[in-house]
Structure formats: C-alpha cells, structure tokens
Design a binder for this molecule. Sequence first.
Ligand SMILES: C[S@@+](CC[C@H](N)C(=O)[O-])C[C@H]1O[C@@H](n2cnc3c(N)ncnc32)[C@H](O)[C@@H]1O
Length: 236
Amino acid sequence: MPEVKSKYSPQEILRAIEELGKEEPWFHCIDLGDGLRTMQEPLPHLQNLWDGIAAHITHDLSGKSVLDIGCNAGFFSVQAKKHHADYVLGIDLSDGFLKQAEFVKSVLGLEIDYRKMSVFDVPKLGRTFDIVFCLGVIYHCANPFEAARCVESITESMAIVESAAVDYQTVADRPLWEFVFSGYEAPLSAGEKDERCYNWWFPNKAGLRTLFQAAGFPRVEPVYEVEDRVTIACYK
Ligand SMILES: C[S@@+](CC[C@H](N)C(=O)[O-])C[C@H]1O[C@@H](n2cnc3c(N)ncnc32)[C@H](O)[C@@H]1O
C-alpha cells in the first residue's frame, strides 16, 4: 500500500492523541508514522496476536471482507486493510474507542467503516464476511453462547476468536466456563448498565472450542496461545 502523506501536523496528532485518551484510555498502540504512536509503549500482546493470526489467514486479503467485532481503536482493522482487504467493518460499543479508530483511520488515510454496534446485533447487518475477528470480546458478554451464534451467523469462511482463559490442569479436556462477574472490573460510572466494562465468563481452552462448535462451526482449530489467553480459528 503506498504511503499516504498525513493531512495532520505532528502537533495536531499529538494533541488529538491526548484528547482522545481522556474519554477512553488508549488500549491499542498503533503506529501513525513519523515516529508517532497512539501510546508510548506497544503492547507486545497485540503484535504477537496479529502474527499468530496472520499465519492462519492468507497474506493477501484482496477480495476479502473482514468484520472486526470489538474493534477498539482499530489495530486489527488497520492490519486487515494494510493486507489489502477489500472491505473492513469495525464495530464496538464504546463511543470513545470508535472516535480513536476514526482518528487513526483518518491519519493513516485508510478506508475502513466503523459503527457503534454490539456483537449481539451483527445478524442485523444482513450479510456475511469472509473473515470475522472476535478478539477479546467473548468474556465481556453476559451470554457468550448467544454471542458465538451471532458470530457464526455472519461468518462466510472463518472466524478468529481470542479470549482470556483459565487453566484447569486436572480437567483440561472438559469444557468449562467460570463465572467471574463479581469482584472483577467495576462499571465505569455508578449505575452504568453497559455490559462492555465487565468480565462475565472465562473459559478454559476446551470451553472456548466447544462453545464455537456448539454455535455451529464444524471445524475449530487452535491458532495461538499464551499463558492466560487462547486464540482459535472457527471454519465453516
Ligand atoms: C479487551 S478489548 C479488545 C479489543 C480488541 N478486539 C483487541 O483484541 O485488542 C474489548 C473491546 O470489545 C468492546 N466490546 C465489549 N463488549 C462488546 C459487545 N457486546 N459488542 C461489541 N464490542 C464490545 C469493548 O468496548 C472493547 O473495545
């Protein structure tokens, strides 16, 4: 992809990064060129996860459509576009993260659609996507099975799903989901109903795999694993 000269000065970019970090602290470290990044310290987790995913999808995504559920500031949407995906749609529940994503896209001069939408509403899109990313989202869902069914319903070819995971050494082959709601992250503000700020359920490896099989994916394979995170590829 040819380098596009940014329409922003470095000062404008730095000011916007600071401003956009007030509504939601930046979670995605994205390279904006000219030595500028959305965060000072890149999270190795994100790049490692992308490298793990990239090994399982075709390097050139020309002709492919990609849906990035829980896109945050767009790290994975940007990667998909940089790998020439025809169409990329990123969705998230957070206005603050979507503003960050719009800003990053604008600085990088990329064509990506972003929409405020929940994983539970994707069937309303009325279309399928060749590749669906559902990264770091399933454990935020009060009803992970329903979320998995929604992911299945809009996947044409393959969904990549990543989750926090618990490790039950003694029963590793038994699919388990631990209810972790209480005592985990508090709501952003008192009375907030929005479920995105909660962790609800953590699966073990077998639990994540089995959930997506039960949701209708005939083939589910491991992609990438670090100590407390698991990534799977779910094929149609
Ligand atoms: C842990 S972050 C993961 C971000 C990104 N996918 C990644 O892997 O780096 C979870 C993201 O999912 C979003 N989110 C949480 N619940 C959601 C839901 N029900 N539908 C869509 N997005 C959701 C949050 O706003 C947040 O941006």
